[in-house]
Ligand binder design. Structure first.
Ligand code: F6R
Length: 241
C-alpha cells in the first residue's frame, strides 16, 4: 500500500484526480471503476476543470460504478446513476454507452448481479478502481460480515449505513434498505486501487484498515493483500497515525 498524505480535502481531491488523469492519459481507452458519496465529489470537480482546459479526453474511457440502491430509478435524485450524471458524466465527453452502473430497478437480484459481473468481465476488467471508505470499513456496499463476498450481489444495508446516508434523503424512511454492489472479489480484481479518505471521523477506521488484521469485520482491510493500492488521505483522516 502506498500512502499519500494530503493537507486537506482540496489537496486530497487534487492528488487523487492527478492519479486518475495519469491513468486516462496513459491509456485513453481505460476502464475506470467509480464511486459515489461525498468524498469523490472534489475529485470529479477537478477532473471536469482539467477536461474544460483541454487536458483530458474521456471519449474512449469506459466506467463501471461500484454500486446502486435497489429500487431507485435513474431519474431519482438519490440514485447513483443521477449522482454520476450530475457530478461527472454530463460535464465531460464520456459516451453514456460506455458507462455502467447496476440497474437499481431490476427486481430480479440474482439476474442483475450476474449481468453486472459479466459486464465488467466484458470490459476486460477494471484498470483503476476509485474507492471511498465507510465509517464501518465498508467498500462499495460490502458491509462488515464474517465473509468477504466475491462477486456483485445484493446487500441489506446496515443501520449505521442507513443512518450515515439519511442526510441525502428527506427522511430516514426514504433511504433504500438494499443495494447492488460489486463484491470484494470484483474490487480486488481491479489492476490498481485508489482509496480516498477525508476527515477525522474516518481516522480510527483508516487506522484499522491499514494496521489492523485482514478481516471481513473491516471489509477494506482486504486491500492490504492487493498488490497495487494507493491511499490518498488528508491530515485529519491520518490523525491516528
Ligand atoms: C459509494 C460507495 C461507498 C462510499 C462510502 C463512503 O459508491 O460505494 O462505499 O464510498 O460509504 O462514503 P462518503 O464518501 O460519503 O463518506
Amino acid at each position: 500500500m502506498k500512502l499519500y498524505r494530503a493537507k486537506d480535502y482540496y489537496d486530497m481531491s487534487r492528488k487523487a484526480a492527478n492519479i486518475i488523469s495519469a491513468q486516462v492519459i496513459m491509456k485513453p481507452n481505460c476502464v475506470l471503476g467509480l464511486a459515489t458519496g461525498s468524498t469523490p465529489v472534489g475529485i470529479y470537480k477537478q477532473l471536469i476543470e482539467w477536461y474544460n482546459k483541454g487536458d483530458l479526453d474521456f471519449s474512449r474511457v469506459k466506467t463501471a460504478n461500484l454500486d446502486e440502491y435497489k429500487g431507485l430509478t435513474k431519474d431519482n435524485d438519490q440514485s447513483y446513476y443521477y449522482f454520476m450524471r450530475e457530478n461527472l458524466f454530463r460535464h465531460v465527453n464520456i459516451n453514456e454507452a460506455n458507462t455502467n452502473i447496476p440497474d437499481g430497478t431490476e427486481t430480479d437480484a440474482i439476474k442483475e448481479a450476474a449481468r453486472y459481473e459479466e459486464a465488467i468481465k466484458e470490459l476486460g476488467g477494471i484498470d483503476l478502481q476509485l474507492l471511498g471508505l465507510g465509517h464501518n470499513g465498508h467498500i462499495g456496499f460490502n458491509e462488515p460480515s464474517n465473509i468477504f463476498p466475491k462477486d456483485t450481489h445484493i446487500v441489506d444495508l446496515q443501520e449505521s449505513t442507513i443512518e450515515a446516508n439519511k442526510r441525502f434523503f428527506d427522511s430516514i424512511d426514504q433511504v433504500p434498505r438494499q443495494a447492488y454492489t460489486m463484491g470484494i472479489g470484483t474490487i480486488m480484481s481491479a489492476k490498481k486501487i485508489l482509496l480516498v479518505v477525508s476527515g477525522e471521523d474516518k481516522a480510527q477506521i483508516l487506522h484499522d484498515v491499514i494496521k489492523g488484521p485482514v478481516s471481513p469485520s473491516v471489509p477494506a482491510s482486504i486491500l492490504q493483500l492487493h498488490p497495487d493500492v494507493i491511499i490518498v488521505a488528508d491530515e485529519a483522516a491520518l490523525s491516528k497515525f
